[in-house]
Ligand binder design. Structure first.
Ligand code: SME
Length: 166
């Protein structure tokens, strides 16, 4: 098993924010930056089984919007999630970060990987529009603290600053 000696339960989020800027420097492409960002998160934080993006797209049928899977690390996941469904769709509709201590207790949670026990979903908001979400799953119950939420929101903000969506 690969063990990253920098992995920690109490990561230095100020340092991680600078690492996001450094990894994305000189490149603003969405797919490239999203791939790099998900790899950085997955490789640096302890006890994760999935970390990646869903991007906002038009729904295939009828009206409304879906979330379509983008670059990620972990097992293959659900490709498409309707706005309003699951933790990801709820975060997208509300435009707010959602921390779920026990996914089995979250009504409508979508189980992509049975190893997941807790989850954090951070919306990607630029100029008031929800462009997608960044989703992180953990096999550990109650994995994501208030410190993790604040730190991951800073990392996502650095990703958004360094990336073009058009
Ligand atoms: N559990 C998520 C679905 C995405 S996967 O975990 C990768 C949800 O309920 O929205």
């Amino acid at each position: 098993m690969h063990i990253n000696p920098e992995r920690s339960d109490r990561p230095d989020y100020a340092l991680l924010e600078r690492q996001v800027e450094s990894v994305l420097e000189g490149e603003r492409s969405l797919i490239a930056n999203a791939a790099q960002f998900s790899a950085l998160v997955y490789d640096t934080l302890a006890d994760l089984n999935w970390a990646g993006f869903y991007f906002t797209v038009a729904a295939r049928k009828g009206e409304g919007q879906d979330l379509l899977v983008g670059p990620f690390q972990g097992k293959p996941a659900c490709a498409r999630i309707a706005f309003g469904r699951g933790v990801c769709g709820t975060s997208a509709v509300e435009g707010k970060t959602i921390v779920v201590a026990d996914v089995h207790a979250f009504p409508g949670h979508i189980a992509c990987d049975s190893a997941s026990n807790s989850e954090i979903v951070i919306p990607l908001i630029k100029d008031g529009a929800v462009l997608g979400v960044f989703d992180i799953d953990s096999p550990v119950l109650n994995r994501f603290s208030e410190e993790d939420r604040a730190g991951l929101e800073r990392m996502v903000a650095a990703f958004l600053d360094g990336t073009d969506f058009s």
